[in-house]
Ligand binder design. Structure first.
Ligand code: C2E
Ligand code: MG
Ligand code: MG
Ligand code: MG
Length: 284
């Protein structure tokens, strides 16, 4: 079938395409256009200290408001973009946008806090990524240690030598690297830890059944100890209940993120949360 390619490939809209592949084809076309026509925007979700409930950082999450379909979830459009170089253009746009936003917040008198962006495996293989990050941080005067890149396990498995050297270059710029969705992949722990990461983000599927599910509770307390020993910080994703929070607090997990505190919100609402500083848990 007609595979999406980079600049030098073309696509054939062929009559044997299934409804599903037609949908994917036109969505990918729309996504290329979305980048040029301001349909993409970013929301920010707070990271919180479980002990103090202080807002300690944020994650930038990409959003797409399609003119006809309304909101399309990143779970749907990111994999589409990852089939070609489109994901690199999108990633560059996110980096630029986030750095510009951080400068804007600072100019409004907000304390600068660490913000993370998600970067796909394909983008990580490109040397242009390093240039982009460096240029954006310099241009918007962002201290590199406040900028964090979230990568997934797949990135560390695929073409590891190349990726490792890119990660090394990013580290030399001073940015932080964290491993997202930790605990759901299949790679070996030793392989993952070959690269000195700054943070591990425990996937929400391992948080969902805390504290009732014995195995998951054991995994979490083991990970906390491991992270402490290695000098890595640990972030729990998808925290939705006070029972989960209590368990993570008791185990001394460093940071939590989830609907219990806040959904991803607009830059304006995020700045309001930063001003407040302390995030009360939502009624659930
Ligand atoms: P992720 O990086 O693991 O981001 C966390 C996801 O969990 C986000 O989904 C967030 O809205 C959701 N979430 C946060 N708290 C809770 C909670 O308490 N419960 C539940 N059930 N979910 C929660 P979202 O925004 O739909 O993004 C999905 C994925 O799309 C992200 O997972 C990330 O892998 C990818 N993504 C999002 N933005 C970007 C981007 O700019 N670039 C790339 N390459 N990928 C992105
Ligand atoms: Mg993430
Ligand atoms: Mg995740
Ligand atoms: Mg994910």
């Amino acid at each position: 079938h007609a595979k999406n390619g980079g600049k030098n490939t073309f696509k054939v809209y062929c009559s044997t395409m299934t409804t599903e592949s037609k949908h994917r084809y036109s969505l990918e076309k729309d996504l290329r256009n979305a980048l040029q026509t301001n349909q993409l925007f970013i929301e920010y979700q707070p990271k919180v200290s479980p002990e103090t409930q202080l807002l300690t950082g944020g994650e930038a999450l990409l959003r797409w408001k399609h003119p006809k379909l309304g909101r399309v979830s990143p779970g749907e459009f990111i994999p589409l973009a990852e089939e070609s170089d489109l994901i690199c253009h999108i990633g560059d746009w996110v980096i630029e946008n986030v750095c510009r936003q951080m400068q804007k917040w600072e100019s409004e008198g907000l304390p600068l806090i660490p913000i993370s962006v998600n970067i796909s495996a394909l983008h990580l293989t490109k040397v242009d990524l390093i240039t982009k990050v460096k240029q954006a941080l310099t241009h918007y005067h962002i201290p590199p240690y406040l900028f964090e890149i979230e990568i997934t396990e797949t990135s560390l498995i695929q073409s590891s030598e190349l990726i490792f050297s890119r990660l090394e270059s990013l580290k030399q710029l001073g940015v932080r690297i964290s491993l997202d969705d930790f605990g759901v992949g299949y790679s070996s722990l030793t392989h993952l830890l070959k690269f000195k990461l700054d943070a591990l983000k425990i996937d929400k599927s391992l948080i969902a059944n805390l504290p009732q599910k014995k195995e998951d509770s054991i995994i979490i307390s083991t990970l906390v100890r491991m992270a402490k020993g290695l000098g890595i910080s640990l972030v729990a994703e998808g925290v939705e209940t006070t029972a989960q929070l209590e368990y993570l607090k008791q185990e001394e997990c460093h940071f939590v993120q989830g609907y219990l505190f806040s959904q991803p919100v607009s830059p304006l609402n995020f700045s309001r949360l930063v001003k407040k500083g302390i995030l009360p848990v939502q009624a659930h």
